[in-house]
Design a protein around this ligand. Structure first.
Ligand code: SAH
Length: 257
């Protein structure tokens, strides 16, 4: 014999609680889904961090975390989104490129950054390297000579929530005197000598990373340096290909500044 369903107050209370729990789960899941839609490349980034960074020699936890977090695809044209995490450089307009993820990570790791550091970047480009730095340190200053690129990065970075990046349009050869000295300097275009103003603007004990060599050959040596007794002591890291630093840098030759 079927017993009629009678809602005792106990059952009713249980059903109400169940409904509330289900309701909560739906609400709770909504932002997660929205987030997955807003960040469709999170799996790609994880793959990039695993295969192209950890599997090589990138081990600094802050660098890995930053590379896993910054949405790299947003720094290239939409037509290149599917390639944004591939292990090669991509065009960003005006004949310039965004470095491959491994080189960005290697240069960042080589700077041996601390949270409280103030960093100068020469060559803002898309702003991607600046965003990676800004995830790690307190303040980033970046100089870009191509107005359209600088302005694009000046719009993009604050829209992604970065409040600790200042971008200036100008020749990075001269650095950014107003905010010197810097704890670290990263040059993301090739130079055949370290610009004297950058040496002066690096604090004693500060670190610098740059592609050094003949920029016309698009083949340089990635170098890491530390300022000791007012001079930069350089160490070779690996071979790289960067676009040349233009402007004042090209009027000067090695050893004559
Ligand atoms: N760091 C960038 C990529 C740099 S590509 C990124 O994450 O996307 C090199 C950049 O250096 C280019 O944007 C180029 O315009 C810039 N550049 C070249 N010469 C420069 C100079 N003298 N001062 C500042 N920027 C310069």
């Amino acid at each position: 014999m079927n017993r009629p369903v009678i809602f005792t107050s106990k059952k009713l209370a249980r059903a109400t609680i169940m409904a509330a729990v289900l309701n909560f789960l739906c609400i709770y899941n909504a932002p997660t889904e929205a987030l997955a839609q807003a960040d469709p490349f999170s799996a790609e980034r994880n793959r990039m961090v695993e295969n192209d960074l950890i599997a090589r020699d990138i081990s600094n936890p802050a660098v890995l975390k930053a590379m896993g977090k910054v949405r790299r695809h947003l720094f290239v044209d939409k037509s290149l989104w599917n390639e944004a995490h591939a292990d090669y450089p991509l065009p960003i307009g005006d004949g310039q490129t965004i470095s491959q993820p491994y080189i960005v990570a290697l240069m960042t790791q080589s700077l041996k950054l601390k949270k409280e550091d103030k960093v100068l970047e020469v060559g803002t480009g898309s702003g991607y390297q600046a965003a990676v730095l800004a995830e790690i340190v307190q303040q980033v200053y970046s100089v870009e000579i191509v107005k359209t690129l600088a302005e694009k990065a000046q719009r993009l970075l604050p829209s992604l929530g970065y409040r600790n990046i200042k971008i200036k349009i100008g020749d990075g050869y001269r650095g950014w005197e107003e905010y010197a000295p810097f704890d670290a300097i990263i040059i993301t275009c090739a130079v055949n000598h370290i610009p004297a103003p950058l040496v002066n603007q690096l604090r004693e004990g500060g670190r610098i990373v740059l592609p050094l060599g003949d920029s016309s050959l698009f083949a340089q040596r990635l170098m890491r340096g530390t300022k000791k007794g007012g001079k930069i002591e350089l160490q070779h890291i690996t071979g790289v290909r960067f676009v040349p630093m233009v402007g004042e840098s090209q009027k000067k030759t090695f050893g004559r500044e």
